[in-house]
Design a protein around this ligand. Structure first.
Ligand SMILES: NC(=O)c1ccc[n+]([C@@H]2O[C@H](COP(=O)([O-])OP(=O)(O)OC[C@H]3O[C@@H](n4cnc5c(N)ncnc54)[C@H](O)[C@@H]3O)[C@@H](O)[C@H]2O)c1
Length: 415
């Protein structure tokens, strides 16, 4: 089989590798020529895909900026970004560009699968009309399906193969084709009745996390007032063997999914005169967390008779989660910006993010960051971070991830 993948990022590149490893040929298309040049040299920009793996599939994987090369594929999977505009509305710009370019080369008999996270109705109402500009009819001349991606970068206990895959087709024949495609790379493919159902399944999964994280974040702010250890509360609630699922508080949500996807659903819901207050409230609570974190840092410095203005603050971990260098929507960026606005002198340590050009900063070695700081703030704890050393050597430590839970020290402040 020949598979085309449009968008070679966190989602598209591992998928390309999976099809190649299963013995199929892959043409990957990306508009970013730097990514294409690097991939041509088997250089990966995605942490979960090592260079050696790319080198091992070089004979069956070709990356290009040319959509024309998709004319010969059996199936094309679209995995382009679905971000928000500045006003927090769905930005289908990359998807429209991909759909229009694909329509220009679409052939009868091909299968097109949208895999980007989006609101229910996007596949049928937005993608299909774009593709039909080709003169071919969806469901008759070519097949269309939606299948959400459940990848969690940095996770190793569940892989693409062992994570069940949801698929919804425009017609029964579309569904059958898409199921057949994903059975190549996933052990279990779960068909649903429509693309809309598949689209909403993904949003439910992410909204579920967003709402539950907001709940513990709200509790964390309350615990701060009440002087109760929220980490202990969450941990002890998690001893209940049924009816409770543990979510951890933190400095706010980051990444491409959780801070973004609920807004896709809320936007779509407005069209149906059905406000989704719960979902929007969760987004607001989570968005407020970086502001609360800055208050907490300000208060901790104040206890040491220091103002933020002029104090040296070292942020440890600036990507949005451990083990990856993804900065998208990372709460650390907002915390850095707010502290800088208050006159703080910022440095950071993050082995996964060597440079932060927007702030004119580059990652400092941990010892240097601790040595020069009035306050060390743990925003993301990457694997192997020497927490005990930070607490031992820094004059003041503020921990927003609970990784110091169990350590008591006069210089330590926890969310
Ligand atoms: N990253 C995750 O953990 C994750 C998990 C599940 C779902 N998703 C969803 O998958 C989709 C892709 O996310 P990602 O994290 O892989 O994004 P990404 O930014 O890592 O990769 C997207 C790639 O698409 C390319 N691109 C943009 N416009 C293009 C176009 N018109 N034609 C061809 N290529 C184009 C970009 O250059 C980029 O390399 C999003 O909808 C996201 O919400 C992401």
């Amino acid at each position: 089989m020949k598979v085309g993948i449009i968008g070679l990022g966190y989602v598209g590149l591992p998928l390309a590798v999976a099809f190649c490893e299963a013995g199929h040929e892959v043409v990957g298309v990306d508009t970013d020529s730097r990514i294409i040049d690097a991939l041509a040299r088997s250089r990966s920009h995605v942490e979960d895909v090592p260079d050696e793996l790319l080198a091992s599939i070089a004979a069956s994987f070709r990356a290009t900026t040319r959509y024309a090369d998709l004319a010969k594929v059996d199936a094309a999977i679209i995995a382009v970004p679905t971000p928000l505009t500045r006003n927090r509305e769905p930005d289908l710009g990359p998807l429209s560009a991909a759909g229009t370019a694909l329509a220009g080369v679409l052939q009868a008999g091909q299968l097109v699968v949208l895999q980007s996270t989006t609101y229910p109705g996007t596949t049928r109402e937005r993608l299909v009309p774009m593709l039909e500009e080709s003169g071919l009819a969806a469901g008759r001349d070519f097949h269309v399906a939606f299948s959400p991606e459940r990848i969690d970068p940095g996770r190793s206990d569940y892989t693409m193969r062992t994570t069940p895959k949801i698929v919804g087709g425009l017609t029964d024949a579309c569904l059958a084709k898409a199921v057949e495609l994903f059975e190549i790379v996933c052990d279990q493919v779960i068909p649903v009745s429509s693309p809309e159902s598949a689209e909403l399944t993904k949003l439910l999964e992410n909204v579920f996390r967003s709402v539950n994280i907001a709940l513990v974040n709200e509790l964390a702010v309350l615990c701060d007032r009440m002087n109760i250890d929220v980490w202990e509360v969450v941990e002890s609630a998690a001893t209940k063997p049924y009816g409770f699922m543990s979510f951890k508080p933190g400095p706010g949500m980051g990444g491409h999914c959780l801070p973004v996807d609920p807004f896709y659903l809320a936007w779509r819901a407005r069209e149906f005169d059905q406000p989704t207050e719960f979902i929007e409230l969760a987004g607001e609570v989570n968005q407020r967390m970086p502001y609360f974190c800055v208050e907490k840092i300000t208060h901790a410095l104040n206890e040491q008779a220091k103002p933020v203005n002029g104090s040296r603050v070292a942020i440890v971990g600036i990507s949005y989660k451990p083990g990856v260098g993804d900065l998208r929507e990372s709460p650390a960026l907002r915390i850095i910006r707010l502290l800088a606005e208050h006159g703080g002198q910022l440095t950071y340590h993050d082995d996964f993010v060597p440079e932060l050009p927007d702030f004119g900063l580059s990652s400092q070695p941990l010892e240097g960051a601790i040595e020069d700081a009035d306050c060390v703030v743990i925003v993301t704890a990457h694997p192997g971070l020497d927490i005990e050393r930070i607490v031992r050597e820094a004059p003041l430590v503020v921990d927003f991830r609970g990784v110091t839970h169990g350590i008591e020290a006069p210089n330590l402040v926890r969310l």
